[in-house]
Design a protein around this ligand. Structure first.
Ligand SMILES: [Mg+2]
Length: 224
């Protein structure tokens, strides 16, 4: 039986990046003796994505003694220790593979931080493959990103599959361009008007997994 591919986005799909950042910035400002009023500014710098260069900006503004490289390394360690993946989502990844799915992670970002999060949460050991955009400068929504993620899982886009994510442009638009069916994690938002919608909209990753598990039953029926 052919194993169907499903790729998951990481941040705010499998893990709650937003909640993790809120905890982190409180620790960071306390540790460096910065006022609580600086939290919003620091959060704005790391909100979309943090890279080592982000800490050049933070270091300069607050005249911190640690180098930007040290600050970045500490950030990676801190975030890895704060981040978690819900137990029912981890179980769901196991259930998908047991039902014959190839499961992968397709994420934008820096390699060290994304890999650290995948290891710390236990996601890394539950998937067939991972692709992080900085490994080959191929960011979602570029089709090449999805092709490289599929390759990491031992398959190719021509064989079809699914993309699950929270970002309408990067995950859903990009996934569709790559020929994948899509599930959008709404996180309490409504789908932006004027753009073609996903196949399914769900409130969280566990609900996406349940949709996929139903499809795996259908898939097995049609192939036996
Ligand atoms: Mg995301």
């Amino acid at each position: 039986m052919q194993r169907l591919l499903v790729l998951f986005d990481l941040d705010n799909t499998l893990v709650d990046r937003q909640g993790t950042l809120t905890d982190w910035v409180a620790e960071f400002t306390t540790r460096h003796g910065l006022g609580d009023e600086e939290q919003a500014y620091i959060l704005s710098l790391v909100a979309d994505r943090a890279y080592p260069s982000t800490f050049d900006t933070i270091r300069a503004r607050y005249r911190l003694l640690m180098s930007a490289a040290e600050l970045w390394r500490t950030y990676c360690t801190d975030i890895a220790s704060l981040v978690s993946c819900p137990a029912d989502v981890l179980d769901g990844l196991d259930e998908l593979r047991a039902s014959g799915w190839r499961v992968g992670v397709a994420t934008n970002g820096a390699v060290d931080i994304q890999r650290a999060k995948l290891r710390a949460t236990g996601i890394a050991e539950r998937v067939d493959g991972v692709f992080v955009s900085k490994e080959a400068d191929a960011r979602k929504p570029q089709i090449r990103h999805f092709a490289l993620a599929a390759a990491r899982c031992g398959t190719e886009l021509d064989d079809g599959g699914w993309m699950v994510g929270d970002n309408p442009v990067n995950d859903i638009g990009g996934g569709r361009s790559a020929g994948l069916r899509t599930i959008w994690i709404a996180n309490d938002r409504s789908w932006p008007p004027d753009s073609p919608g996903p196949e399914h909209t769900v409130p969280h990753a566990r609900a996406a997994i349940d949709v996929l598990l139903l499809h795996s039953v259908g898939n097995m029926r049609t192939t036996t």
